[in-house]
Ligand binder design. Structure first.
Ligand SMILES: [Ca+2]
Ligand SMILES: [Ca+2]
Length: 374
């Protein structure tokens, strides 16, 4: 069995996981379809601008797809957001074709990004070693970086994503602060956007028919830019929910970047960790398709979660174990220093509050321009 061959069933020692697994995130995915010749009876169309992200545990991975009408070329990023390698798969118009495989990775969690596809094809499943698991995408630390300035060395401390939404409980579209963004003109119950941000899982925006047409949107403007890395949708009505939508960010309320997209979404409580590392003031759910004949989907709550602030850590040395223990996986992580640091930590010792640093970091150039300690 080689890349380009059909693998009707997972190889011995492997487990096949469907491409619809919720740990796999797609950006700009094409149509999701059913076909009994595919694993789980499903496949999804990968477009040339689709990006796929997930993590898995184990040393080996195979990707299963089909309808590869001409030589497929794409980039795979393993444990990195910077260094992707190009892989190819020969033509094979059948189903359950192995279009990528890798063995011999370290026995640990690995992050995977797939993108830059030259042609469209169908993704069907992911094969990993039996007993291992898929996980939501997050960067895994393989490279180790420290900053040096003078005779001092610095690293970062970051604990991941906040556990609670960054939006306060709203009691109108503008109180207590910020601004709820809605596509419709409010006209009574279920048309005020703030009911999706009031902390009450029974009150909602939408589920009704108003004059107007798609797209519709619902969002929130923060009083200062924030890096939102997860959003949670309470769309628990089995009848009225968004089907196709994008989560977008903007700093002017006019030009939005698409940070995540869903095609064929379902109802439920939906939790999406997204790879966004850029700060925006405006975030919105931009809805282009609905489940049923209304013009506003029923959204009970829309929660947005920030990356926790990263703290600069001053270290006494830069030995091998310092790199292993405190090294940072990606130079871009230094761009996540979000707030003036309250405590300057030396080694594991907090030196006390009151010490601060200022920083000017150009987030667009993927490099740290200046950090001033004072
Ligand atoms: Ca499938
Ligand atoms: Ca609510």
């Amino acid at each position: 069995m080689a890349v380009g061959d059909v693998l009707a069933n997972p190889a011995t020692g492997f487990l096949r996981i469907d491409e619809r697994d919720t740990n796999i995130t797609y950006f700009n995915i094409g149509t999701q379809s059913t076909n009994s010749n595919n694993h789980g009876g499903t496949y999804s169309t990968i477009q040339t601008n689709t990006e796929i992200r997930f993590n898995f545990v184990g040393s080996s991975l195979k990707l299963i797809g089909g309808l590869i009408g001409s030589t497929l070329s794409f980039k795979v990023f393993i444990d990195s957001e910077q260094d992707g390698k190009t892989y190819t798969c020969p033509v094979n118009n059948n189903n359950k074709v192995v279009y990528f495989e890798i063995d011999g990775l370290r026995e640990s969690e690995h992050s995977i990004i797939l993108k830059d596809f030259n042609v469209t094809f169908r993704i069907d499943a992911v094969d990993i070693l039996t007993g291992e698991s898929l996980m939501p995408y997050r960067i895994t630390i393989q490279n180790k970086l420290l900053l040096s300035s003078g005779d001092k060395f610095y690293s970062l401390l970051n604990d991941g994503i906040q556990e609670t939404t960054s939006i306060p409980k709203m009691t109108s579209n503008t109180t207590p602060e910020g601004e709820v963004l809605v596509s419709n003109t409010p006209s009574g119950n279920m048309t005020w956007g703030w009911e999706a941000f009031d902390g009450n899982k029974s009150s909602n925006w939408g589920g009704n028919t108003l004059p107007g047409s798609l797209p519709r949107w619902l969002g929130y403007k923060f009083t200062k830019p924030k890096v939102i890395a997860k959003y949670k949708l309470y769309v628990t009505s089995a009848t009225y929910y968004p089907r196709n939508y994008e989560f977008q960010g903007s700093n002017d309320g006019v030009n939005y970047d698409t940070l995540h997209s869903i095609v064929g979404g379902t109802s439920g409580v939906l939790d999406y960790v997204i790879p966004n590392r850029k700060s925006y003031t405006h975030y919105r759910l931009y809805i282009t398709s609905l489940s049923s004949g209304v013009t506003l989907p029923a959204i009970y709550e829309l929660e947005m979660f920030e990356i926790k602030p990263s703290y600069l850590v001053q270290m006494e040395s830069a030995t091998e174990s310092d790199f292993l223990d405190r090294g940072v996986g990606d130079i871009n992580y230094f761009n996540q220093i979000l707030e003036t640091m309250k405590n300057l930590i030396k080694g594991n010792t907090v030196l006390g509050s009151g010490k601060t640093f200022e920083h000017i970091i150009d987030m667009s150039k993927r490099r740290v321009d200046k950090i001033t300690l004072g």
